[in-house]
Design a protein around this ligand. Structure first.
Ligand SMILES: Cc1ncc(C[n+]2csc(CCOP(=O)(O)OP(=O)(O)O)c2C)c(N)n1
Ligand code: SF4
Ligand SMILES: [Mg+2]
Length: 300
């Protein structure tokens, strides 16, 4: 039974991603990392490929990271995490979660080969991609996770390609656990991270994590936009546990297209979609509907 957000706030009072970090107001990465670490607890080692995370946690001795960890070169994230796990094992230590925490640029693009290697070997690590749909730390360049039609500095007229199905790619490695989550549903995220913590082998969680400056929206809208993405069916919450696919509560009733909210509501709140034409909006809608057809088949 997933606890409500109100219940969790009362019980999970310990902070591991500390206040005073330098993330922007309304940062989805900040919210996601905070709840992830609450679920994982102190006995966690975090490996962070180059991203906003390296910057917002700050430098020792003033770091906002309340657990042990290291920054890492983009391409080596999962390889480094797997190496740390092997070192711990050699010393007989088995009660520490090794977490590789990557942005979408790191996960979709530059770190994909080391993630694929670790997944194929079923290395005993937790891999999380927080997806703000562009390379934000360097000023919003497009990544494989940027959606069709979105403005970035390298797609000034809107991206021409659709978002890559990264959770699907990781799933194809037949790993024990793949899940999607969202900064807008911290209780669902907390539950999934807790479940992954208690499993062995390669576990993957993909978190939808909005970014106000990069997506061009007001900082108070992060949770609303996260929820809109789920309600429109643009972002689907699900788990694949030992090969078994299951839609999560918030997405479970959206297989019927008439239950999904209009994509226009989601798009119009964000400046990055301002340039989209009617034809482009329809193309994006068709892509969403096509994804849901695949989900319907998955469930059968
Ligand atoms: C090989 C390499 N290329 C480029 C950079 C510069 N760089 C540092 S962080 C970053 C953006 C990372 O994007 P993402 O993984 O999506 O994380 P975000 O910044 O969005 O949190 C880039 C391009 C780098 N550190 N190493
Ligand atoms: S640029 Fe975006 S992801 Fe980076 S700290 Fe600011 S809000 Fe967070
Ligand atoms: Mg990013």
């Amino acid at each position: 039974m997933v606890k409500s957000y109100k219940e969790l706030v009362k019980t999970e009072t310990k902070e591991y991603f500390l206040p005073g970090n330098s993330s922007c107001a309304g940062c989805g990465l900040e919210l996601s990392l905070r709840w992830t670490l609450k679920a994982l607890g102190q006995r966690t080692i975090i490996v962070c490929p180059a991203s906003c995370t390296n910057v917002v946690v700050g430098l020792y001795p003033k770091t906002a990271m309340g657990i042990a960890g290291t920054n890492m070169a983009f391409a080596a994230g999962c390889a480094a995490a797997a190496g740390i796990r092997t070192g711990l094992k050699a010393r007989g230590i088995d009660d520490i979660t090794v977490l590789c925490w990557s942005g979408d640029g790191g996960a979709y693009d530059i770190g994909l080969q080391s993630a694929s290697g670790a997944a194929e070997r079923n290395d005993d690590i937790l891999y999380i991609c927080y997806d703000n749909e562009a390379y934000m730390n360097t000023g919003t360049q497009r990544s494989g996770g940027t959606p069709f039609g979105a403005w970035t500095t390298t797609t000034p007229e809107g991206k021409r390609q659709h978002k890559k199905d990264l959770p699907g790619i990781i799933r194809a490695h037949n790993v024990p656990y793949v899940a999607t989550a969202s900064a807008g549903y911290p209780n669902d995220l907390f539950e999934k991270v807790t479940k992954a913590k208690n499993m062995k082998g390669f576990r993957y969680i993909h978190i939808f994590a909005p970014c106000p400056p990069g997506w061009r929206y007001d900082t108070n809208l992060t949770v609303e936009i996260s929820k809109d993405a789920v309600k429109t069916g643009m972002w689907v919450l699900y788990e694949v546990e030992n090969g078994e696919f299951k839609l999560s509560k918030e997405s479970a009733n959206l297989v019927d297209k008439s239950k999904r909210a209009s994509i226009r509501e989601y798009l119009k709140k964000q400046g990055r979609f301002k340039r989209m034409s009617e034809d482009e909006i329809e193309e994006l809608q068709a892509w969403i509907d096509h994804n849901w057809k695949k989900i319907e088949k998955n469930q059968k």
